[in-house]
Structure formats: C-alpha cells, structure tokens
Design a protein around this ligand. Structure first.
Ligand code: GAR
Length: 199
C-alpha cells in the first residue's frame, strides 16, 4: 500500500479533482493508494471543509507557528508520515500549496513529490503566471504537472495542458480556463504513476 497525502493552501479545487478521481476509479482497491489525508498550512483554506465532508482526515500545520522554514518543513514531514500509516512512504501531491519547500524536505520525499503549476513550464515559474503570460503576448497558456526538485517549478514534466489565450482575456479569465484543464491533467498524471508503480 502507498497512500496519498495532498497539501493545499486555498480553495482546493485540484485536491477535489484528485479525490473525486480516486473515489470514482477506486484508487484504494485498484492501486492500493487511498487518499489518506489533506494537510493545509492555512486554517482558512476552503478545501479543508470539503475534504472533511468526504470523510478524509484533515490537518492544519500553520507556517506561522514556526520560526523558520526548516522547522515548519520538519513538522510537515512528521504530519505526512503519521497520516500515511503502514506501507510505503506516501505519495505527496502539492495542490495549490503556496510554500517553497526546503531542500531537506524535497530530498526526504524524493521521487514521491508532485506539483501542479499554472503555466507551460519552463515558462513562467513562480507567481502571477497568467498576468505575465498576457503581458508577454502569449497566444497559448496552460498548466504543468511535474516532479518537485530543489529548484522552484523545475523537475520532470509529467503532463501539460494547453489553452488558447483569447483577445478579451484578463488574468482571472485565463486562470479559470487553465484551472479547468488542471482538474483533468493532475488526476491523469497521478493515475499513470500509480498504474506504472513508479512513485
Ligand atoms: C492552481 O491554479 C495551481 O496550479 C496553482 O494554484 C492554484 C490552486 O487552485 N498553484 C501554484 O501556483 C503553485 N505554484 P486550487 O486551490 O483551486 O487547486
């Protein structure tokens, strides 16, 4: 068994898409990969209530309770390990988790740490991806599911989606069009990893 732990900071729509896919396709039975927990660094993350309603364990580890990144990451790693239970160490899915992780955390979860980023990487790492794509005059935008390395928004690309940029777009409109595709490619990427036993 290899459980899944999802990390969020906000609305959690990618987390919901992952949980729905895991329920509909019975990842627990098919791959031995139940979604064990949703952890947020913010107590007000809207996704927490939805996860609770689904009967999934939730936990808040606030980064504000720790003096530095390393100590927050250590607490996060401990929470992930304790949620995961028996079996292989869990697959950790960053789903709108807006914290930069320390090299130590990344190394201790190597090969099991996946992120979704709202741009066609390697373009537009970091924040404000949609506004920057519009300012650059991009004709296409999209999202990327990738493995996490110590370098921000770098790492092997697992899936990408592409959407057109329309003349009337502003950042929120473009973000909504991209987000709808994120909900397709993130579950697809995880399904492929689980099916291949690669995580
Ligand atoms: C998503 O667009 C995700 O790609 C992005 O935050 C949003 C979270 O939405 N992630 C990042 O920017 C990470 N650098 P959600 O909470 O509804 O899934």
């Amino acid at each position: 068994m290899q459980s899944i732990v999802i990390l969020i900071s906000g609305s959690g729509s990618n987390m919901s898409a992952l949980v729905r896919a895991s329920q509909e396709e019975d990842w627990a039975t098919r791959y031995g990969a139940p979604v064990a927990a949703v952890i947020s660094n913010r107590a007000d993350a809207a996704g927490l209530a939805w996860a609770k309603q689904q009967g999934i364990a939730t936990q808040v580890i606030s980064h504000q309770d720790f003096p530095d990144r390393a100590q927050f990451d250590a607490a996060l790693a401990q929470a992930i390990a304790s949620c995961a239970g028996a079996g292989k160490p869990p697959l950790v899915l960053l789903a709108g988790f807006m914290r930069i992780l320390t090299p130590g955390f990344v190394q201790s979860h190597a090969g099991r740490l996946i992120n979704i980023h709202p741009s066609l990487l390697p373009a537009f790492t970091g924040l404000h991806t949609h506004a920057r794509a519009l300012a650059a005059g991009c004709k296409f935008a999209g999202a990327t599911v990738h493995r996490v390395t110590e370098v921000l928004d770098e790492g092997a690309i697992l899936e990408q989606s592409v959407v057109p940029v329309l003349p009337e777009d502003d950042a929120p409109r473009l973000a909504a069009r991209v987000l709808a595709t994120e909900h397709i490619i993130y579950p697809r990427a995880v399904r492929k990893l689980l099916a291949a036993g690669l995580s």
